[in-house]
Design a protein around this ligand. Structure first.
Ligand code: PRX
Length: 638
């Protein structure tokens, strides 16, 4: 993939216009030029957003691992595909070449087969950021099994919900994981989770921390001996373009997590195309995305997008503050990183520390800096630009979602002039619309509205696993013939987009999507709790933090409240994971509700943000008195 970099703004506009006028021609050219197809497609696109049904490259046959690995072997066999940087800087970096990756993926694929995994079966992957994680994704894809990665910071209950929802036959995990100076007992979490999952037949266990763990007879198997015995040749399963490649769960504003289903061909060409252009990737660049493969960013831009380009992609096992706050920059210097992609929350955390941690290192290899997951505030943007990029590396603020599969709005580096806090312009093939609350499109510039997408793009999720109606309802029912993103956005005088944040009950904490409903359900499990409501409030590192308003069954003595706060956070940790813990918990006499009984989060949000002088009209509430009690922090009913 060599010749489709966009070089200047005028060229961007030309490419963009073409992609909108002739989307099928545009994507067909991308697909034709750069990939290995076992059979060509019969039709580029068919779609109907009312059903909704979208098919790209129907009739085509392929295997994504042939595109990510096999086809590179001839010219890039000895090139590093995955560069593994361990948690402990004293431990050696591992360079996995394309040839070695080929062998390891094939062996792993043969192990999956020998354990009875077939095309279409679901395999849950619950692993830390070690090479086995990327390899296990690819091994599933090699044999047509559908991977469902669960971020290894989720609790046993959250893991079990996801395993059961996708009816996974197998779980792949490790004995434990390293996280800075701590270790985490991953296998213990898996044991607890899988005890609630009758569908799981096998648990494969990789060794990482060499801890003493329980191996359940007949269910658990050490991975290494199976790999050692496996052949390093495994014929790829030939897949249809629209066959599911993976499921990845994301939070909704209500109900259980949604298993977004991504398909094969469209996802492959879209992640490859966007990776190449948004990072201005050139052969022999070393690219590093600090995300975890447990999130969509890692799927698309640590594994599939980079490997489809024959790139060198870094996998980092550790955390930004271990052994000290200079770790990211030490790695940039050590591996001469050219593209660095991280989240605003990490930047804000590092910006609080002494500048020496950055200045100590040679960062001159950097050419492009990326940001993803949440809005980047002006201060963080400048800190990143000044101290990391030294004002010479453009920042690509990339807006996208688990559901979109790949980046949707982003500058093209060295072509699109950047503007702090703006994701700028839609990528080729992306047709955006801002909508008002009456369902009309808002045209012109200097406007804001709800962000929608009018036309299919190849990497869009095709459904929610096991619940197509929920998919339709969540994304295609708010606005006719549009995909609704759940975000608000404004368009400035030159047509640049700035994401203003979620307009639903999803809260983004440290770049992680958290739905209010599952957290509230967890809190309500506490025997002392009658009801609860969660809202977000601004936090200088996390972007947003969680504020819980909790009604107790009995008010009790205030000295007991501190313990209750701890217990509530403990329950949340057990049900979801530590990322969903509340920063503030206020016990209250009631929650503001509409006459139909819906909690008015808008009012709670204002109280949490200390903006109580403009609460808007509260007269239509069922219980307007409760608002003053909450503001006063009173636990007595008026
Ligand atoms: O609200 C937007 C925010 O993150 C949401 C998607 O979260 P998730 O599915 O977890 O995917 C995150 C990684 C792609 C979006 O609806 N978001 C993501 N990127 C940005 C952003 N908000 C502002 N600016 C961004 N660059």
């Amino acid at each position: 993939m060599s010749n489709y970099h966009i070089k200047h703004l005028e060229e961007y506009y030309q490419v963009y216009r073409k992609s909108i006028r002739y989307p099928e021609v545009f994507w067909e050219e991308v697909a034709e030029e750069h990939f290995v197809w076992r059979k060509r497609w019969d039709k580029v696109l068919s779609w109907d957003f009312t059903k909704p049904e979208v098919k790209w490259f129907e009739g085509a046959k392929l295997n994504i691992t042939e595109n990510c690995i096999d086809r590179h072997l001839r010219i890039r066999g000895e090139k590093t595909a995955i560069l593994f940087e361990p948690n402990n800087p004293e431990e050696d970096t591992q360079h996995i070449t394309y040839q070695q990756l080929y062998e390891r993926v094939n062996k792993f694929a043969n192990v999956l087969k020998s354990q009875g995994i077939k095309k279409g079966d679901r395999v849950c992957i619950y692993l830390p950021m070690i090479p086995e994680l990327a390899i296990s994704l690819l091994a599933c894809a090699r044999i047509g099994a559908i991977h469902s990665v669960v971020f290894a910071g989720f609790s046993a209950t959250a893991l079990a919900t996801r395993i059961n929802d996708a009816d996974c036959k197998m779980v792949i995990t490790s004995d434990g994981s390293y996280r800075g100076s701590k270790t985490i007992d991953l296998k213990g979490i898996v044991d607890e989770g899988v005890a609630q999952c009758p569908c799981v037949e096998t648990v494969l266990v990789a060794k990482r921390i060499h801890s003493e763990i329980n191996m359940k007879e007949g269910r658990d198997q050490w991975l290494q001996p199976l790999l050692d015995a496996a052949s390093n040749e495994c014929e790829p399963e030939i897949m249809d373009a629209e066959d599911p490649l993976f499921i990845l769960y994301t939070s909704g504003s209500t109900g259980k997590p949604k298993g977004m289903v991504h398909s094969t061909a469209g996802y492959m060409i879209y992640t490859a195309y966007t990776f190449k252009n948004v990072f201005n990737y050139r052969e022999n660049d070393v690219y590093w995305c600090t995300a975890d493969i447990g999130w969509i960013t890692g799927h698309s831009y640590i594994v599939y997008g980079p490997l489809a380009n024959g790139a060198t992609t870094v996998m980092f096992e550790g955390v930004p503050n271990y052994p000290d706050f200079g770790r990211f920059w030490e790695i940039v210097e050590k591996h001469k990183i050219n593209q660095f992609y991280t989240a605003p929350t990490a930047i804000r955390a590092l910006a609080k520390e002494n500048l020496d941690y950055v200045e100590k290192y040679d960062l001159s290899s950097l050419k492009v800096l990326g940001s993803v997951g949440e809005p980047i505030n002006e201060e963080a943007w400048h800190w990143y630009n000044d101290n990391v990029g030294k004002k010479k590396s453009p920042i690509v603020d990339t807006w996208w979602q688990t559901e979109t599969g790949g980046m949707m709005i982003s500058p093209i580096p060295y072509a699109t002039p950047t503007k702090p806090t703006y994701a700028t312009l839609p990528l080729p093939g992306v047709q955006l619309a801002l909508m008002d609350e009456h369902g009309n499109e808002i045209t012109g510039n200097q406007v804001d509205g709800r962000l929608c997408i009018k036309f299919p793009w190849p990497a869009m999720a095709r459904t929610i696993w096991g619940n197509h109606e929920r998919y339709r309802e969540t994304y295609f029912s708010a606005f006719k013939n549009m995909y609704f993103t759940g975000d608000g956005a404004l368009r400035d005088e030159v047509g640049y987009y700035r994401i203003t944040g979620r307009v639903d009950d999803v809260i983004i904490v440290s770049g992680h999507n958290l739905g209010t409903a599952p957290i509230e359900d967890a809190i309500n499990e506490h025997q002392a709790v009658a009801e609860s409501a969660i809202v977000g409030f601004p936090h200088d590192v996390k972007g947003s933090a969680l504020y819980g308003f909790v009604i107790l069954k009995e008010t009790g003595e205030s000295r007991k409240h501190e313990n209750l706060r701890k217990e509530i956070n403990q329950i949340i940790t057990e049900h979801i994971g530590p990322i969903a813990k509340l920063d503030k918990i206020q016990f209250t006499v009631g929650l503001p509700k509409t006459r139909s009984g819906k909690i008015m989060r808008r009012i709670l949000r204002k109280i949490a943000c200390n903006e109580t002088d403009n609460l808007g009209d509260i007269s239509t509430l069922l219980n307007p008195d409760v608002v003053q009690s909450i503001i006063d922090g009173s636990l007595v009913k008026k």
